[in-house]
Design a binder for this molecule. Sequence first.
Ligand SMILES: [Zn+2]
Length: 118
Amino acid sequence: MFGRAMLRRCPNCGGRRIFGRWLVLADDCPSCGIHFERQEGYWVGAVAINTVATVILFSVVFVGTMVLFWPDVPWGGILAVVVVMNLLFPIVFYPVSKTLWIAIDLAVHPEVRGDSAR
Ligand SMILES: [Zn+2]
């Protein structure tokens, strides 16, 4: 399920074309019919995944670059890279954060998800 989610596919069946555009997730999977949004506020988990992934990436790049260039750390260069990275990464990662959240939900509540399939 998590492998399918990382590929922006339906975590339940692996079906493709669940995203109309990069950021627009279909309401239901065209392959298995599972309804993605179970309730209002459902995507807060995806936002949390996206935020945690962004912080981890920022920390790795920031600390890694600091260690690599110590003691002559190019602070201006690091700042430019992490600002651009922190603006773009959450947008690029947004669909994967949603499919990962669906996969986590399916792993925790599989019987509830099976009931919502059409
Ligand atoms: Zn599916």
